[in-house]
Design a protein around this ligand. Sequence first.
Ligand code: NAD
Length: 234
Amino acid sequence: MMTLREMIEESKKIVFFGGAGVSTESGIPDFRSEDGLYRQKYDVSPETMLSSDYFYSHTEEFYRFYRDKMLPLQAEPNAAHKKLAQWEREGKLLAVVTQNIDGLHQKAGSKRVYELHGSVHRNTCLKCGKKFSAEYIARGEGISRCECGGVIKPDVVQREIPSPHATVNGAVRAIGQADMLIVAGTSLTVYPAAGFVDYFHGKYLVLINRDATPLDGRCDLVLHEKVGKVLGEL
Ligand code: NAD
């Protein structure tokens, strides 16, 4: 059986599809692992708190959870983020498609990143449209507001709202062109993102995930390991 290293050496158009598990080695908890946010005690689930309905109906509670758990601006890219940025520079990697909102791929130097669930780095005043940085949101207290008085909405609360067309199209096109797809750090339970794997028609489908996923049986190689450790050792 081929090793991951051999598959990567042979491939010229790698796409990486990742989730929260890609950033746990940077100290950001995921949702469903043992130490994930689901196991911590909240009255409603983290995903409900990140929904659009919750944002509009419980704006203050949303902001409390969001600043507390979803704005780790001090976090640094780990070996996985760095290796992917290196492959892009070397012309081996077409794109990163991510469900993460933390911006760590860009911080590591990746340029072509499709963020299916938005980013903490985009924040917009609902009244006048002015844009704000994640640092501005982190510094605030209570509900973040614009100088015009409008409420600021981070571009991450959109479980029931489809991702922008350009993001989805770019992600699907990249996956469709890939000769190798590495899926990592995702429980593959959040749709429609999890269905993106179906657009892959290339040669090697690889999964690097600590726990088993519904995709394991379809893969050419499955590594139940830490993605930062695996990519860092390549
Ligand atoms: P998830 O919590 O459902 O699943 C994470 C998966 O990653 C688990 O299967 C776990 O076994 C695995 N994992 C954890 N650490 C790992 C590691 N070091 N190496 C390999 N695998 C590891 O996450 P999801 O599928 O991405 O879905 C959750 C949703 O929550 C997503 O929409 C995401 O946007 C959001 N979220 C984002 C962040 C972030 O931006 N960093 C953090 C938490 C949640």
